[in-house]
Design a protein around this ligand. Structure first.
Ligand code: ATP
Ligand code: MG
Length: 596
């Protein structure tokens, strides 16, 4: 897909402090990045110390760490000094409950100030934090509490009542349930967060923490199947810090907002840890995931950097089409915003062009995984943007494109892999292990962990191509790629082409088995508001895609579907579209949006 590059000098509102990619990469080492952090006074490295305590000295104690916007729009501020005291109290609470080093503390909470307290207090206590999506139903909650050996659960009365209470007897290891907010005293077998907090002292000395101590367990979003608990250690904070400097261009004066759910790796690493390590002010929005509200919060809070997902951008595009009217964004003062960063699934080029045309803002794609623990490849501040490309590897990241075998995965012969020879050839994206937030294992699943490596590379399971200048282009997950009449077709390319049509809001593309071609491409399309499905529109879209993609790649069939199935982190669940289409078992649906 040939595209004009968006040069940063053509986007005058962006003032990246680093203007050159090679300059950013040259001379970078992870140990130098480590040197920018404080470390514990007695030695060792603790995420929460870097995120909170080291800012709580006299110069920054009064600076707002959190600006919490409640559902009814009241705004409350928590300073770094106050956050240090609250998190110390929570660490003392855990200690008083007999919860210590390595014990698992789960959160089942929406975005709220108590979540920040619980997460960072747990890390201070050197216990292990395991976040869950608050929208999970009882089965996925129980499954993860068991898989993660939960000792403590921090949640609300309503969530506990609906999702955990009945299962409690089958979870004997779950010793404490701490209830945030109203109704705490009323539920048997639970304790009140507020009561425990007010009884606890507000100073706490962080015990010795080795950089290799387990800090976080993230269950992957489950797009491909059953959840895996990816283990991350305290040293990951070095990667959170460095990548947030490059990819999110964070500086202490920033007002930063990340819309990712705290139950997902982005909501933790870049919703809580990384921005606080940079000493910025973090917006915590307790409101709904909703386009109109986002414009308002961005304007009212004077957000400077916004980290969100393609699904959110597509929601903005629905309410503010490129053709106008632009009243909605124009009714707020968005002048503080420097750029938008996006992560989680492919960012269609249309969304990048839309950002430039409608908001006058660059949209930076970011690629990474739960397993990598930090952003790996991005159209970051020092990069010009190629719309549709996920960008280039961050400093400290060594990536390669490996030749594939029949199954789409990297071909391993006698333990050896080979890189693709020419630019623009598809292959599996591989990363050279050694960055600090690299996952250290899947909980209770050594085999699966070991299977993720070959010949000194970590194999990501994603297919990409790299162009002659070194930009990476996402093709698809190895297991989503469609083989049709001898071609390998990435669903993303087809979805992006369909999205360029003015009637299309979103698309999900799968392969449907076909006796002649092996598979034919079928697209599920949701339409912009006010546009009705029709046979005529179907023909028009088929022809439109054929003109753009050519007959070998264009969809053969289009179905209109107003509610494409998505994971809670906003990814189209192609696996489910395919299973429904073929009448196959749908598999694990715990991360399906709206399934609770
Ligand atoms: P599971 O591994 O359980 O199936 P998952 O892969 O969806 O779940 P995550 O770790 O949350 O879980 O997602 C990482 C994946 O999301 C990547 O491997 C990639 O397929 C996709 N992804 C993330 N960011 C991007 C991006 N910028 N462009 C394209 N794909 C992306
Ligand atoms: Mg994955």
């Amino acid at each position: 897909m040939p595209r004009e590059m968006i040069r940063k000098d053509a986007a005058p509102r962006v003032t990246p402090r680093l203007t050159d990619y090679d300059q950013a990469r040259s001379g970078f080492t992870w140990s130098r990045a480590r040197g920018a952090l404080a470390g514990l006074p007695a030695g060792g490295l603790n995420m929460a110390y870097e995120a909170v305590d080291r800012h709580a000295g006299p110069e920054r104690a009064d600076k707002p760490a959190l600006k919490c916007v409640s559902r009814d729009d009241t705004v409350s501020t928590v300073t770094y000094g106050e956050l240090a005291r609250r998190t110390s109290r929570f660490a003392n609470v855990l200690r008083s409950l007999g919860v210590g080093h390595g014990d698992r503390v789960f959160t089942l909470l929406g975005r709220c100030p108590e979540l920040y307290t619980a997460v960072l207090g747990t890390l201070k206590n050197t216990s292990v934090l395991c976040p869950l999506f608050s929208a999970f139903g009882p089965d996925p909650v129980e499954q993860r509490l068991r898989l993660g050996d939960a000792k403590v659960l921090v949640t609300t009365a309503a969530l506990y009542h609906r999702k955990v209470a009945e299962r409690r007897t089958s979870l004997p290891g779950l010793e404490h349930v701490v209830i945030v907010g109203p109704g705490a005293g009323d539920l048997p077998g639970t304790v009140s967060f507020d009561e425990l907090m007010s009884a606890a002292p507000d100073t706490f000395t962080i015990p010795p923490t080795s950089p290799e101590d387990m800090a976080l367990v993230h269950f992957t979003s489950g797009t491909t199947g059953t959840p895996k608990g990816a283990i991350h250690v305290h040293e990951a904070v070095v990667a959170h810090y460095a990548t947030a400097a490059y990819a999110l261009d964070l500086h202490p004066e920033d007002v930063y907002w990340c819309t990712a759910d705290p139950g997902w790796v982005t909501g933790m690493s870049y919703g809580i840890i990384a921005p606080l390590v940079h000493g910025v002010t973090v917006v915590v929005d307790e409101g709904d995931y909703e386009a109109r509200r986002w414009y308002r919060v961005l304007g009212e809070q004077k957000v400077t950097v916004w980290y969100t997902a393609p699904t959110a951008l597509r929601m903005l595009m629905r309410v503010t089409p490129r053709e106008g009217p632009y009243d909605l964004p124009r009714s707020y003062d968005l002048s503080a915003l420097r750029f938008i960063a996006s992560v989680g699934e492919p960012l269609n080029p249309e969304a990048v062009v839309w950002g430039q045309d409608v908001l006058g803002l660059p949209v930076h794609d970011n690629w990474w995984q739960t397993e990598t623990g930090c952003i790996m490849i991005a159209n970051f501040a020092a990069c010009d943007i190629r719309p549709g490309s996920m960008g280039r590897p961050l400093p400290g990241v060594e990536a390669a494109v490996l030749q594939q075998g029949e199954d789409g995965r990297a071909l391993v012969i006698d333990g050896k892999v080979r890189e693709v020879e020419s630019p623009d050839a598809d292959g599996e994206l591989a990363l050279r292990p050694g960055w600090p937030s690299m996952f250290r294992g899947y909980l209770h699943d050594k085999e699966r962990y070991e299977a993720a490596f070959a010949d000194g590379w970590y194999l990501t399971g994603d297919l990409v191509r790299r162009d002659a200048d070194g930009w990476y282009w996402f093709v698809g997950r190895a297991d989503d790629v469609i083989k049709s009449a001898g071609h390998l077709i990435g669903p993303f390319e087809v979805e992006s082409a369909l999205m360029e049509h003015a009637a299309v809001a979103e698309a999900g593309v799968i392969g449907r088995p076909d006796p002649v071609a092996g598979n034919v491409v079928k697209a599920f399309v949701s339409l912009r508001p006010g546009i009705e499905p029709s046979a005529g529109l179907e023909r028009e879209l088929l022809a439109f895609a054929r003109r753009r993609l050519g007959p070998a790649v264009a969809p053969r069939e289009i179905a209109f579907d107003e509610n494409l199935p998505k994971t809670r982190s906003g990814k189209v669940m192609r696996r489910l579209l395919r299973a429904r289409e073929l009448g196959l078992p749908v598999g694990d649906l715990s991360t399906l949006e709206g399934s609770a």
